[in-house]
Design a protein around this ligand. Structure first.
Ligand code: ATP
Ligand code: MG
Length: 397
């Protein structure tokens, strides 16, 4: 920025990084806004890499950091409800006014520390208010994604959403349909991974955005299970908690998971994790106490178990404690010990490989988990016994 300034241009830190610093948070990245045109930025930084030259955005790599540097601009008319048709290079004040919320519209001169505030962002930061810059209707009409950004920032910072901005969102909630499912999914993922995820869920419901976001009817239930989750959790776990809040643990939950998969563009891995979270947590609450040692050990050692247990915790603290105690007990004899017997051992002992191998090995491993066998010799004896039983002859082999 000193180099831009020395070359005669104005250069300010802009947007999120100024906001974060004023709030006492470490910014994740630094964006620079400058009076220099793209070609002028390139004169100062010949290796600057253009990412959106028509928008005047260049990436400058220095000391392992990538700084997004953009020319002050005014956005032209929006026709698709998401992107401006064209932009015009302009001055700092116009560049502040094209931004979404007052707390995101601040500049800072890093050489003096001075804050440049054309939009009242400092007052709103102090009163912890999220407010659209200018007329909220116009701003949402231009770019509908701002409705979700409003919810995300409000929840993340624990701010209140200013009345007129909230009203405008409620009125435009329907129009969120025009935004791509990818972008909606990305916003929801960021909301639910944040520790204030329940506030975000509540706001989405309260503003009527849940209907389009989730592809189902508007519901204003308290997202209490979502709010009980510790920090951090997997995305799928947060989705499962919110599904339970909205639909209970019945088959409705599974139907919702299918809808959410499409609505939020979940990856196959995320959807599988979501189904596991729903299934395992319900099984832990219903069948678990009646299962034998081997089944319990297998479940407790399976990948979905820990996240599923977090979901149990959001429903019933005592059930959670009982399961935890039980698992600590099971751990004393090993949840997933090295098997005493392998397929190679069976072949070496003279058995012909076949489809029954899996069942023999499973049976032997169950006995090992139950503590009924403790050495390879008794494991092999049991393997022969199971094999005879499977063959149904009960005779000699
Ligand atoms: P985060 O910490 O989530 O990255 P951020 O404020 O840096 O927060 P970005 O999405 O990185 O958010 O955007 C950087 C800046 O660009 C914002 O602070 C805001 O000034 C402006 N901006 C981003 N998206 C929009 C939008 N859809 N409409 C208007 N201005 C936007
Ligand atoms: Mg950012």
């Amino acid at each position: 920025m000193r180099r831009l300034t020395d070359a005669g241009y104005t250069a300010y830190l802009a947007g999120g990084c100024v906001r974060d610093q004023l709030m006492g948070n470490e910014p994740t990245d630094f964006d620079v806004a400058t009076s220099a045109r793209p070609e002028e930025i390139k004169e100062v930084f010949p290796r600057a890499h253009a990412v959106g030259e028509s928008f005047g955005v260049l990436l400058i790599r220095r000391h392992g950091h990538t700084i997004e540097t953009a020319t002050f601009r005014t956005d032209g008319p929006y026709s698709d409800g998401r992107h401006p048709e064209e932009v015009h290079f302009s001055d700092a004040e116009h560049d502040a006014r094209r931004r979404d919320f007052t707390i995101n519209g601040l500049f800072q001169d890093p050489l003096t520390g001075r804050i440049i505030d054309f939009v009242g962002g400092q007052t709103d930061l102090q009163s912890r208010t999220l407010r659209a810059i200018g007329d909220p209707h116009d701003r949402i009409h231009e770019d509908r994604l701002r409705m979700l950004r409003a919810v995300r920032f409000t929840a993340r910072f624990g701010f209140s959403l200013e009345e007129a901005t909230a009203d405008a969102i409620r009125q435009h909630a329907e129009n969120l349909k025009g935004v791509s499912r990818e972008r909606i999914g990305q916003e929801v993922r960021r909301m639910l991974l944040d520790q204030n995820r329940a506030v975000a869920a509540w706001e989405l419901q309260y503003l009527g955005l849940d209907e389009t976001v989730l592809g189902e009817s508007n519901l204003t239930v308290a997202p209490t299970r979502l709010g009980q989750l510790p920090e951090p959790v997997e995305y799928a776990t947060a989705l499962a908690a919110w599904i339970f809040d909205r639909h209970g643990e019945s088959v409705e939950a599974d139907k919702a998971a299918k809808r959410w998969r499409r609505a939020l563009m979940l990856s196959n891995a995320e959807y599988d994790a979501l189904k596991d979270a729903l299934d395992y947590s319900r099984a832990l609450r219903t069948s678990w106490p009646r299962l034998g040692i081997a089944r319990q050990k297998r479940i407790a050692a399976s990948p979905p178990f820990n996240q599923a247990l977090l979901l149990v915790q959001t429903a019933d603290r005592q059930e959670f404690i009982d399961i935890r105690r039980r698992v600590l007990d099971l751990e004393k004899t090993g949840l997933a010990p090295e098997p005493l017997l392998s397929g190679d051992d069976l072949i070496e002992a003279g058995m012909t490989p076949g489809p029954e191998f899996r069942r023999i090995l499973d049976g032997v491993y169950d006995a090992q988990l139950e503590g009924q066998i403790r050495d390879p010799e008794s494991a092999l004896e049991l393997a022969w016994l199971i094999r005879r039983t499977l063959a149904g002859d009960g005779g000699t082999d």
